[in-house]
Design a protein around this ligand. Sequence first.
Ligand code: ASP
Length: 568
Amino acid sequence: MKYTQRTHTCNELRKQHVKQTVCLAGWVQGKREHGSVVFLDLRDRYGITQLAIDKSKFDSNIKKEYVIIAKGVVVERSQPNKKVDTGDVEVKVEALEVVNESEVLPINNETTEDPNLRLKYRYLDLRRTSSMSKLVLRHQVKKAAAEFFDKNNFLDLETPMLVKSTPEGARDYLVPSRVNKGKFYALPQSPQLYKQILMISGADRYYQIARCLRDEDLRADRQPEHTQLDFEMSFVTSKDIMDFTEDLFKHIFKKVLNKDLDDFPRFTYEEAMTRFGSDKPDLRFGLELSEVTSIAKKTDFSIFNSAESVKCIVVEELFSRKQIDEFTDVVKLYGAKGLAYATYTSEFEGGISKFLGNVSDELKKELKLKKNSTIFFVAGCKKVAETSLGQLRIKLRDTLELVKSDDFKFCFVKDFPLFSYNETEKRWEPEHHMFSMPKPEFVDDFEKRPGEVKGDLFDVALNGWELASGSIRVSNPKVQRRIMEFIGLSPKEADEKFGFLLNAYNYGAPSHGGMGLGLDRIVALMAETFDIREVITFPKNKNAECPMDDSPSKIDLKQLDELGLKLK
Ligand code: ASP
């Protein structure tokens, strides 16, 4: 090993090194005494090597987690340890330096720890191979991505961390300016505007492994700061961007996990909702939704007769009352009034079977029913029927253990609605962000039929998680101004908030588009965990606090004074 006091890492020595004099360094993982010899397991990031120390020559009062540097000769072990890579050999120590002692670690039990304690002692948590290996994986993903961007002419360009506060979607983190009292920077929610402006500069292809900061309430898959593989391309269609993204993911998975990904199916939002009840479908299993509205209308079941939509899922399984109650709770959480069901053995039984008599043959045929199946129906408006059954589909996946976490099934979902109506604020707002282009057929009159407008938007979903969002951008300043006005920004506000972008558009913008890929989620799924904190070096807890450095913390009044601020 170069550039170090050591000759080797703790995972390098093999039989071929026998008789060589080596120098290793690391932490004492374990200690066993055997007569006049003390055996130490020496650990570093790479692995473990056994040291044999003659008690008569060295002070043997070394304890777990002491940091030592040891010199000695590699010898073959009489009883190899097949469990470690270096298990054929050990180092007979000839010189030993204790670099530092250690107290007993406050965390050392992998299973029973309180998560806050793990975060407080994250540096100790990271000594575990299981924790550090996830950061190693993250490094490999970034490296593979950078390689692929580079190979395809992308420039790695940094955009500012102190930016203008703009109403981009989430709440901004604000930074007061000392030099310009009363004025504030925002930390970037994403490099969105800057990467678009770089296209106007002619950068052509930009990428950045970018930190994005959003002051939102946290969940297991959200942190106040997250990292995106962020990119933008000039003179592209959405197909070009999706083709590139698909190849990028294929490259990363091949390089890092040696996995060949299947081609990514591309669903419109409509199709994803109709078939899977989700805009981020998990494709590792079936249980697709079926449309039975017209058949359901012929029954005597009044709830079916009056509903806009009746959809169902068929499962070749019979369930207990308790399980059905649990499933009902799931659909209710997503707005359904209830969950109707019937089992099919050789006839319809239970649940609402008594209403199905006159449609039983039609239903059997339509749903291609097999014996011992259960049909779950939701009736209501289309959106509720789809969304709630989509969630039931996920619940069934987990109940029936239908999937494996190392099976990676990607897809694109495209052509999302461009706007959604905010009932509380009584206004239309962009589904993704206001810089996304309506599909061409809506450009002329999107203001007149906002609910119908589809955007040139696309997401990547993997195993039920949204991993990335992107779009073709509005590059025409007139259309951009119309969108801003439509979502409620007056021309004056548009100029105040986004004048720098709108002005740049006056000097010849290329058509362009791009995406932001959520690196934390990608790595988490590759590491087969659902908690993105596992793949972040020093994450925050659910209250956006870092128990390790105790941030956020109070500051001196003097600091506030310098900024011209006063606490309320
Ligand atoms: N800036 C977007 C986001 O953070 C991604 C993009 O449209 O490129 O979701």
